[in-house]
Each structure stands twice: as structure tokens, then as C-alpha cells.
Design a protein around this ligand. Structure first.
Ligand SMILES: *[C@@H]1O[C@H](CO)[C@@H](O)[C@H](O)[C@H]1NC(C)=O
Ligand SMILES: *[C@@H]1O[C@H](CO)[C@@H](O)[C@H](O)[C@H]1NC(C)=O
Ligand SMILES: *[C@@H]1O[C@H](CO)[C@@H](O)[C@H](O)[C@H]1NC(C)=O
Ligand SMILES: *[C@@H]1O[C@H](CO)[C@@H](O)[C@H](O)[C@H]1NC(C)=O
Ligand SMILES: *[C@@H]1O[C@H](CO)[C@@H](O)[C@H](O)[C@H]1NC(C)=O
Ligand SMILES: *[C@@H]1O[C@H](CO)[C@@H](O)[C@H](O)[C@H]1NC(C)=O
Ligand SMILES: *[C@@H]1O[C@H](CO)[C@@H](O)[C@H](O)[C@H]1NC(C)=O
Length: 699
């Protein structure tokens, strides 16, 4: 058996060499090179623990303690004269490099110390120390200018004596490992237009670009996870003069070390590398690079036996745990969902992200269910997870396909939907996290600062443009169906972003197909809904009108605690308008600090949108024009709520429906309600509030 294994190994070696010949790096040209397929036959200058694995992976250290590994490109690079080839225009010190590193934690999630890209006068680092010295210097030589090296370190330990900022940073090192400049690892996502944190020691490949412009003396370092293109903005852009360091002949390579104690060591890998003195280094194709090992690798036989015993024991434990776990992470998958794969999150990921849906992570109770805050593993992306309970699977297919297509909607004033997950009687929706929570908290909660008029007006205009996008500018018309302050979220810069779009639709379909269900929140629901029987653009505009009044007046559109004539905010504003004193309704907390003309415009527009007759309301396009002041408001009919028309959806309920104060109170607390109408049974009203209580009013 041993012989067979040996034969197999030598066959493998032969095969590997053949492949290596085919994919050998272009190493002839001294001012540029590229390793697109690992480092087999690369002839790198290696020392210490550095080695090339059989698949071409360069491993600088394994996860044992006190390892030091170096790998250098075999021939020196000339940094003083312009390259002999065509480009005399290229300043002599400029260079560009792209490489892929991976820092794989050792047993028990141990990690340390880090890896560095180095340009040095010599390849002799025999006196350099491990641990925080990164194999570049030792205690006495640290920082000495005779060291003659430049390095970019990827450091996973916070070494106080080196002035490190944290245990996940990138630093610029000149002749020593006390960095001249350091920043926490993150990358700029071109797609999302923001910085996203990056965990160096995640064990996953990380792409690095280092670009130095010798003429401008500007150094850029850019990071990105695998599967991301080069970010448009570097992580670090700093002016630095390398002319004292980059001599006629310099060696290029990598250095890595592990720590001195158990628990401070990871394996450090380089997967691919390109370098260029006469232009931008070619980016590497990650799919071509050698794969990282699934686990640590190499173990001796004595350990092997104990490991087998341990594994057997583990299997028994896992077996029992499995049954429990399966239940815990159980999801519902159906065939039709396959095409939505990329948009589907596993329940396990969400469970980890939200720390097991702990109450501590609870952001609030939305109209349709609880919302939790979470952090996705690996990317550290911040998310909000909404748990929506649903009774039946009916309509789920259409709903999921709608959700996925909504995930493609992109507008700066819409909260982005990242994906979904399904479990028994539960749908989970994953959104990007909005730092400042919902707008209603700022309007009504005493422990939040009052928004000034400028901020409110910006938010209003933002939400209007999001609604314009949903109604008119996307590939298909999307109705929101539940516009209100608690569905407007504020990002870190207090921009208003509309959330929960289209969610109400889930409830339209939920249940008896014979009945029509209409969903919304009292005070925002178009009274014409029951007549028309379905949501329309005009019903969204009605809700938007209620929202305008809500933001300007700092009061809920429907408040059953008020005297009867003030229950509906729109009545209050309408009366002030008739008295020609409309701004009297403005939020007292603004203390009169607002642009009168803008306040008047917002309140009047609110009235226009609240017209009981849907065909007399403006379109969202006109709303945006009015808000921007590019069109002037038309005259408002004196009676936006004629006596013979129902002014609230409540009035469309059958005569026998009784709403007493306590039910009305329940309804006012922002609960989403649904109306079912089926010819015979008449109309009934259900509360879908977070408490899950279904409230039946009337018979
Ligand atoms: C790491 O490599 C060294 C030799 O460089 C070896 O002695 C040690 O056993 C290896 N450790 C692991 C965990 O493979
Ligand atoms: C540090 O390195 C220098 C040479 O680079 C060597 O002479 C010295 O002995 C080393 N010091 C220690 C503490 O290893
Ligand atoms: C720097 O190193 C050189 C040569 O190794 C040595 O002569 C000099 O004293 C060192 N300088 C400092 C400040 O340690
Ligand atoms: C992203 O990070 C860079 C570098 O730290 C910083 O200059 C920039 O302002 C950040 N951009 C955003 C949108 O946060
Ligand atoms: C470095 O980044 C800055 C800012 O993004 C950019 O203007 C400059 O062109 C970059 N320089 C190089 C050499 O990549
Ligand atoms: C470049 O080379 C010239 C002569 O070959 C020398 O005088 C100059 O100091 C060198 N510049 C640097 C930055 O090494
Ligand atoms: C170096 O830059 C030149 C000019 O942009 C380009 O043609 C060449 O492919 C680059 N080589 C590498 C290895 O990046």
C-alpha cells in the first residue's frame, strides 16, 4: 500500500511539473513579472519556514509558534534608471504591484503576527526576529536607516510597543516596523459606494494593490476581498518620498512571522503576484490561483491515532447535536427557488449574524414583525433582519420573485434589500442597516434630538424622489402601499430612505382567494381603497400626503386620543388653511424656525395629496416638481374632504362596525391593518401588528 502511495505521489509530481511548464511565469523581463498560477518553478529565493506547496501556493509560515519565512523574487529590480524598454517617460521610482494574501488562523482561531510586502536592498534577514518584528528587523535594528527597506505590513496583532492601532491594520513601514502610517483594514465597495470593513485573518484570500507614483511621490494601497474588482478608492493614499530607500538594485518579496505563544500564530499564504515598473500591474484572476488547503494539513502518526479517537467521539456528539441543530437551523427550500440562489441567505448565517436573534439585537417592531440588527460573518457588513410571520405558503412564489426583483432596485433614497431566507411560517428579509433608525423616533420620541426644518425638508424631498423612482423610473411600477414616518429610515447622514416597499403585498395574498385584502395603516389609507378594491399610485400619493403633514406638524395623522374634530390631522390642517393661517399647524418643536414659504408649500401639498377623490390628487412627478419649486402649486379646492364622501377608511366599514376607544387606541399605535371584503361577509378589519393579535371589529 505504501508503494502504491509512493507511485501515486511521483505520478502527481510528474503531472504537476508538466502543468508548471505550461503555466510558467513570465520572468524574463526584469521590470515586470506576473505569477498568475501560483509559484511552482518560480525559483523564488526562500528562507526560514517559507515553502512552495505542491499546488503552487507560497506558504510563508505554518501555524506553529516562532516561525519566520521570507520569499524574494530571484533577481533584483533596478529602481534608479528608467527601464531600458520604451518608457523613458515613466518616472524611475514608480512601481505597481498586485498580489493576493491569505491569513489562515491556526487551531482554536489563533492568529498572529502578520505578513509584509517588502522592497529591500538585500535578501539577508537572518538577524531579524519573529513575532512583532515581522522578520524584518530585531529589537536593536528596528528603525535604523541603514536597514534600507520599504514595507507594507498586514498586521493581525495589536503590539502596543510598536504603536499599533488595532489587531487588523495595514501599515507603511520604512526601515522598521513602527509604522509611519497605519489604517484599519477595509475596502471601498464600488457598487455600494461606501467603505466596508475587512478582516485580514478571515482565512479568505485578500487582494492587495500597491501603486507608487515616483513623480508625485504618492503611494496608494488598496484592498479588496475575493470576488471584488479593484476599488475605485484606495484604502490609503499617502505622500511619501522613497528616493532614499529605493537604490539601484532592490529585491522584492514577502516576509511573515508567527507569535511566541500558543494562540498567536496563523499560516500566511501568497496566492499570486504581479509587478510592473512600466505601467499598472495586471490584476490577477483569482479563479486561476491555487486553492487554499481546507484545513491546517501535516500531522504526525501519534497525533493521528488520538485524532481518530477524538473524531469518533466527536461523531457521536455531532450525531446527537445534528438532530437538534437541524431543527434549529431548519429552512424551507423549494425547487422554484433555485434560480434565486444568490439572494438567499442561510438561516445559520443570519443566526450567527444576529447572535441567535437575541433581544439585545432587537431594533424594533415593524408593522410586519420584529427587526434585528446583525453583522455578517467574514465581511462584517451591518444588516437589519426582518422576521415576518406568514400563515400559508400561498402566493409565496410570486412574492419571493417580487422580492428578488425589488432587490435589484437601486436608489439613494431606498433602503436596499439584500436577500431573503424562508423557514416554516417565517420569512426573513435582509436589508442594509440604517444607522439612525426610523424617522418617527426623531419626530415623536423624547430621547432623540428634534430635526430642524432643513433636515426635514431634505428627508421629504428624498422620500419623494424614491417614490418617483418606484412609480415611474424603474423597469416596472412598484407600489409601496405603506408610506409613513416609521417606514422612512435615516442613514448616518440623516438622509431619508424609504424601506419596506411592497411588503404589504404579502398580506394581500395571504388567505382566502375569495376575499380582497387591503393593507395599510390608519390615517394613511386611501378612503377610496375599498371602492376601487386595489392599491394604486394614487393611494401611495394619499399616504405620502399624510406623511408630509406628519413631518411638518410633528403629529400622527390619526390620533384617537384627541377630541373628535382633531382625530385626523388632515382636518386640523384643512381648517387652518381655510382660515388662511396654514403655518399655524407647524410642529411647535421647530419654534418657528423654518422657511415660511417651504412650510406652506409642504402643508398645502399635503392637503392636495389628501383629496378624498383620487383623480384630484397630483401625480408623484408633480409632487417632486412642487417640492423642488420647479412648478407652482395649483389652487387647493376648499373642500378636500366633501361631506358626502367617506373621509376615512373607517367610515367605509359597515354600519354595525363599532370602534370603541380601546380598539381605536390599539389601532393607532402604528399597527398595520388589513381589510378583507367578500361580498357576503362584508368588510372586516384585522390588525397585523407585531403582537400578532388579530383584531376583529364588528360582527
Ligand atoms: C511547521 O513547520 C515546521 C518546520 O518548518 C514543523 O516543524 C512544524 O511541525 C510545522 N507545524 C505544523 C503545525 O504543521
Ligand atoms: C540584530 O541584528 C543585528 C544585525 O542585523 C545583529 O548584529 C544583532 O546581534 C541582532 N540583535 C539581536 C538581539 O538579535
Ligand atoms: C544603525 O546601524 C548601524 C550599522 O549597523 C550602526 O553603526 C548604528 O549605530 C545604528 N544606529 C543606531 C541609532 O542604532
Ligand atoms: C473610506 O475610507 C477612506 C480611507 O480611510 C476615507 O478617506 C474615505 O473618506 C472613506 N469613505 C467613506 C465613504 O466613508
Ligand atoms: C492614488 O489614489 C489617488 C486617489 O484616489 C488617485 O488620484 C491617484 O491617481 C492614485 N495614484 C496611483 C499611482 O494609483
Ligand atoms: C541614482 O543613480 C545615480 C548615479 O547612478 C546616483 O547619483 C543617484 O544617487 C541614484 N539615486 C538614487 C535615488 O539612488
Ligand atoms: C506592465 O504595464 C504595461 C503597460 O501598461 C502592460 O502592457 C503590461 O502588461 C504590464 N505588465 C504586468 C506584468 O503587469
Amino acid at each position: 500500500m505504501a508503494a502504491a502511495a509512493a507511485a501515486f505521489t511521483s505520478f502527481q509530481l510528474w503531472l504537476v511539473s508538466c502543468l508548471a511548464l505550461v503555466s510558467m511565469a513570465r520572468a524574463q523581463d526584469p521590470d515586470q513579472f506576473i505569477y498568475t498560477n501560483g509559484f511552482r518553478r518560480a525559483n523564488l529565493h526562500l528562507d526560514g519556514s517559507a515553502e512552495i506547496r505542491s499546488n503552487g501556493l507560497l506558504r510563508l509560515t505554518n501555524s506553529s509558534v516562532l516561525q519566520i519565512g521570507h520569499a524574494f523574487y530571484p533577481s533584483p529590480i533596478n529602481f534608479n534608471h528608467s527601464s531600458s524598454s520604451s518608457s523613458s517617460s515613466v518616472p524611475s521610482l514608480s512601481f505597481s504591484t498586485n498580489f493576493v494574501i491569505a491569513i489562515v488562523p491556526g487551531p482554536e482561531e489563533a492568529y498572529g503576527h502578520g505578513v509584509a510586502f517588502v522592497i529591500a536592498e538585500s535578501t539577508d534577514f537572518s538577524h531579524a526576529a519573529a513575532i512583532q518584528y515581522l522578520g524584518l528587523v530585531n529589537e536593536t535594528t528596528n528603525g535604523n536607516s541603514s536597514n534600507q527597506f520599504f514595507a507594507v505590513e498586514f498586521d493581525t496583532v495589536n503590539s502596543i510597543d510598536m504603536g499599533d492601532i488595532d489587531e487588523n491594520h495595514v501599515g507603511i513601514d520604512l526601515n522598521g516596523v513602527k509604522s509611519n502610517k497605519q489604517v484599519t483594514a477595509e475596502y471601498f465597495s464600488n457598487e455600494e459606494g461606501k467603505n466596508i470593513s475587512l478582516d485580514l485573518k478571515s482565512g479568505h484570500p485578500i487582494q492587495v494593490w500597491i501603486d507608487y507614483d515616483g513623480q508625485q511621490q504618492l503611494l496608494n494601497v488598496t484592498l479588496a476581498p475575493e470576488n471584488s474588482p479593484k476599488p475605485n478608492r484606495p484604502l490609503l493614499s499617502t505622500s511619501i518620498d522613497l528616493s532614499d530607500i529605493l537604490m539601484d538594485t532592490m529585491y522584492l518579496g514577502f516576509s511573515a512571522t508567527t507569535g511566541s505563544r500558543q494562540g498567536t500564530s496563523s499560516s500566511h499564504y501568497i496566492l499570486g503576484w504581479s509587478f510592473n515598473r512600466s505601467g499598472e500591474a495586471q490584476s490577477l484572476d483569482l479563479s486561476q490561483l491555487p486553492k487554499l488547503p481546507k484545513n491546517g494539513g501535516g500531522r504526525n502518526t501519534v497525533r493521528l491515532i488520538s485524532i481518530i479517537a477524538a473524531v469518533a467521539l466527536l461523531l457521536i456528539i455531532i450525531g446527537t447535536a445534528y438532530v437538534y441543530r437541524r431543527k434549529k437551523y431548519e429552512e424551507v427550500h423549494e425547487d422554484w427557488e433555485k434560480e434565486y440562489g444568490p439572494h438567499r441567505f442561510s438561516y445559520r448565517t443570519l443566526y450567527i449574524a444576529t447572535k441567535g436573534f437575541k433581544d439585545k439585537q432587537l431594533l424594533g417592531f415593524g408593522g410586519f414583525g420584529k427587526v434585528y440588527k446583525g453583522t455578517l460573518p467574514y465581511t462584517n457588513e451591518q444588516i437589519a433582519v426582518k422576521k415576518v410571520s406568514h400563515e400559508s405558503n400561498q402566493g409565496m412564489k410570486e412574492f419571493v420573485s417580487e422580492i428578488v426583483s425589488m432587490g435589484r432596485l437601486r436608489h439613494k433614497n431606498l433602503v436596499r434589500l439584500l436577500g431573503y431566507c424562508r423557514r416554516q411560517k417565517e420569512l426573513l428579509l435582509i436589508y442594509e442597516l440604517m444607522e439612525n433608525g426610523s424617522l418617527d423616533k426623531f419626530l415623536f420620541s423624547v430621547d432623540k434630538p428634534t430635526l430642524n426644518w432643513f433636515q426635514r425638508f431634505q428627508i421629504i424631498k428624498g422620500v419623494a424622489s424614491a417614490l418617483l423612482y418606484l412609480h415611474e423610473e424603474g423597469e416596472q411600477v412598484v407600489l409601496h402601499r405603506d408610506i409613513k414616518a416609521s417606514n422612512v429610515l435615516l442613514d448616518s447622514e440623516l438622509n431619508g430612505r424609504l424601506g419596506d416597499f411592497g411588503l404589504a403585498r404579502l398580506y394581500d395574498r395571504n388567505g382566502d382567494p375569495q376575499t380582497t385584502r387591503l393593507v395599510g395603516t390608519l390615517g394613511y389609507i386611501d378612503p377610496e381603497l375599498t371602492r376601487i378594491g386595489r392599491a394604486t399610485k394614487a393611494s401611495d400619493v394619499f399616504s405620502f400626503g399624510a406623511f408630509l403633514l406628519e413631518v411638518a406638524c410633528g403629529r400622527k395623522p390619526f390620533d384617537p386620543n384627541k377630541p373628535p374634530e382633531e382625530i385626523f390631522l388632515v382636518d386640523v390642517v384643512n381648517r387652518s388653511f381655510k382660515r388662511d393661517a396654514i403655518v399655524e399647524c407647524s410642529d411647535p418643536r421647530l419654534q418657528g424656525n423654518y422657511v415660511v414659504e417651504e412650510m406652506e408649500r409642504v402643508l398645502k401639498l399635503g392637503l392636495l395629496c389628501s383629496n378624498t377623490k383620487s383623480d384630484l390628487r397630483p401625480t408623484i412627478k408633480q409632487v417632486v416638481q412642487f417640492l423642488e419649486g420647479s412648478a407652482s402649486l395649483p389652487d387647493i379646492p376648499l373642500d378636500i374632504r366633501p361631506q358626502n364622501m367617506p373621509s376615512s377608511i373607517l367610515e367605509t366599514l359597515p354600519q354595525s362596525t363599532e370602534i370603541n376607544v380601546s380598539t381605536a387606541n390599539n389601532l393607532a399605535s402604528d399597527s398595520v391593518i388589513s381589510f378583507s371584503s367578500s361580498g357576503r361577509k362584508g368588510l372586516s378589519l384585522n390588525s397585523l401588528s407585531s403582537t400578532d393579535s388579530v383584531l376583529h371589529i364588528g360582527r
